[in-house]
Design a protein around this ligand. Structure first.
Ligand SMILES: Nc1ncnc2c1ncn2[C@@H]1O[C@H](COP(=O)(O)OP(=O)(O)OP(=O)(O)O)[C@@H](O)[C@H]1O
Ligand SMILES: [Mg+2]
Length: 593
């Protein structure tokens, strides 16, 4: 009997539950059916979700979901565009795979802060795309919380600011250049005023001293004293003359001057005086390089630069004087003052001396700026060079690295003969890179980006590294069809990078680039003599031509220069014959600095 009672109770309970469920679902059905507001709200919510998804999908920024363990859980189309990985490829991978070792440490730090509940972390850092291209990124990271309010991951928004950073850097360089030009202008005015007043005072001193010398005839002691006064006045006259040259207040007699001849004269002069510890090399151009200038002043430029070079090499070294023609595209940022695009006559003076740090190099053209001990230098040598060059409507720049050496480049308007004009017009278009992979190694990040952009624009696929180790890692991972490397880099030289790569790919073409002149690097054996070389600064056209000659088969070979124009370079045995003639070509152009 109690069993039957229990059974009846269970049945009753089940019936009650069933009735409840039926009632609840019927009510919900009726409510939804009957109440259009609920249906509308549902539809609105769905539309809002779809819109949010579309916004996330179509934004230019990368929107990435990351789990607390650092695995990628969401990857929008912006992320695909910026990094080159598809969502299928990257969801499930570690977010740190986008960074290098310094970025990895930084990401762990950010993950810890997010896990602790910090929100909206914003910072800038470098990430890398699938093909190794660096991406300058602005990141914003916020925690994602689940319905219980617990942190379950992070939402990362990454904006690619590579182009904006480049533009800002360029703008900064332009402002710096303008500032420098203004400083030189006001220094010029100041120095000009001082020199003018000094000349008047010195004229009085010199003339009255001469009168006194006449009067003192027979009085040896007095004559001797007056001679000292006269000598000191002469030195002062010399100084003011240099100052006037800087301010362009000097009288000059310009005429056609062949830089090759000027080089030969200065070589004869220096050969006797510069000292046996200096190995003096001159590299004239194969053709005459004519400028319209005062011949005495051209000599003065070369002598001032050569004397500075000698002073920078107290224990000996190599001094190379070169003359040639070079093209500028007008966009160069290191020229003082800026020059419009065109082909110019150029003098290069390079040494293997102590070099100078950037803060010294920035000020060397200012009058009276010297790092030499008192009595050893007046600081007027380069100010004079600057004055002469700008007076002749030219410009100059300097490339220097402490402990390695210095190259000064002087650009002067070229007096062109009709043949020369014709030759300049016939410019061959560079060949298309056809997707060939170039591994670029350049420790200066801004320059690395410029080179990457030029090569990508020329149809190459580019892998960029800012150091030797990184380059070798990229090479092992992706391989390449050519190596374009800086010569002097802090950790591993370009030559060493090439050597390691050649162990597995001996035939791989290598193009070296450097701010030092090819004459200097070749003659001082920083590089072997049989290398392909392009001198910084170079134009996009020159780089693409030079690289194309090496890696694109069937390209006509550039005419090999005469021995005098490219003394240090001869064909590399490891390269194809089409490339080897071109390697010897003297690459003397401008833009990327
Ligand atoms: N080739 C060089 N290598 C290293 N430093 C250099 C070189 N040329 C110039 N400098 C630096 O630039 C400074 C300015 O040079 P500048 O020729 O104007 O004056 P100076 O040589 O010191 O004196 P002055 O030429 O009047 O006797 C030098 O003191 C030196 O620090
Ligand atoms: Mg000097």
């Amino acid at each position: 009997m109690p069993e039957q009672l229990f059974l009846a109770l269970v049945v009753c309970c089940l019936a009650l539950v069933a009735a409840g469920i039926w009632y609840w679902s019927a009510r919900h059905r009726v409510k939804t059916h009957m109440d259009p507001r609920v249906a509308e709200a549902d539809a609105r919510e769905q539309a809002a979700r779809a819109m949010l998804e579309a916004v996330a999908e179509h934004t230019d920024d990368a929107i990435i979901g990351v789990s607390l363990g650092g695995l990628v859980t969401a990857w929008n189309a912006g992320a695909e565009r910026i990094f080159g990985w598809t969502a299928d490829e990257f969801i499930g991978r570690r977010i740190v795979d986008l960074a290098d070792s310094s970025g990895v440490a930084e990401q762990y730090e950010v993950a810890m802060r997010i896990a602790r509940g910090e929100g909206n972390l914003r910072y800038e850092s470098r990430r890398f795309a699938k093909d190794g291209t660096p991406v300058e990124a602005s990141l914003s990271v916020a925690p994602i919380r689940d319905s219980a309010g617990e942190i379950s991951g992070a939402a990362v928004v990454i904006r690619d600011i590579t182009a904006a950073k480049e533009a800002a850097e360029k703008q900064r360089a332009i402002e710096e250049r303008t500032h420098q030009a203004q400083r030189m202008e006001s220094l010029g005015k100041l120095a000009g005023g001082v020199a003018h007043d000094f000349n008047n005072i010195l004229a009085i001193i010199v003339n009255y001293t001469d009168f006194a010398v006449e009067e003192a005839a027979g009085n040896e002691a007095l004559s001797d004293d007056l001679k000292h006064v006269r000598n000191a006045a002469d030195r002062a006259i010399n100084l003011t003359r240099q100052l006037l040259t800087f301010t362009r207040g000097d009288t000059i007699q310009p005429q056609d001057v062949d830089l090759n001849e000027a080089l030969a004269e200065v070589q004869a002069m220096l050969g006797r005086t510069i000292g046996a510890h200096i190995n003096l090399i001159t590299v004239p151009s194969a053709d005459p390089v004519t400028v319209f200038a005062d011949p005495g002043q051209v000599q003065q430029i070369l002598l001032n630069l050569a004397i500075n070079a000698r002073d920078a090499m107290p224990d000996g070294g190599t001094l190379v004087l070169e003359a040639n023609a070079a093209a500028l595209d007008g966009g160069e940022l290191d020229m003082q003052p800026p020059l419009p695009a065109g082909t110019y006559a150029r003098l290069l003076v390079s040494d293997t001396g102590e070099g100078m740090p950037p803060e010294v190099a920035e000020r060397i053209f200012e009058p009276f700026y010297t790092t030499k001990p008192t009595g050893k230098g007046t600081g007027l040598g380069l100010a004079t060079v600057y004055g002469i060059v700008t007076e002749a409507c030219g410009s100059l720049n300097v490339y220097s690295e402490p402990g390695v050496g210095t190259t000064f480049r002087i650009y002067l308007p070229l007096v062109t003969s009709p043949e020369r004009v014709g030759a300049a017009v016939q410019r061959q278009a560079p060949p298309d890179g056809a997707g060939r992979t170039v591994l670029v190694v350049e420790d200066e990040a801004v320059l690395a980006r410029v080179v990457t952009r030029i090569l990508a624009g020329g149809g190459y696929h580019v892998l960029t590294a800012t150091g030797g180790e990184e380059a070798l890692a990229l090479f092992r991972q992706h391989g390449c069809d050519a190596l374009l490397t800086d010569v002097i880099m802090p950790e591993m030289s370009g030559r060493r990078v090439a050597e390691v790569i050649h162990e597995s790919r001996p035939e791989l073409p290598v193009l070296y680039m450097s701010g030092y002149s090819n004459g200097l690097l070749g003659t001082t054996h920083v590089l072997d003599e049989d290398i392909a070389f392009i001198e910084k600064p170079f134009t996009a056209h020159d780089l693409l031509m030079k690289l194309g000659e090496m890696v694109v088969p069937g390209l006509p070979v550039s005419p090999a220069p005469s021995a005098s124009s490219a003394p240090a370079l001869s064909p590399a045995p490891s390269l194809s014959s089409a490339a080897s003639g071109a390697q010897a070509a003297n690459v003397e152009r401008t833009t990327v600095s």
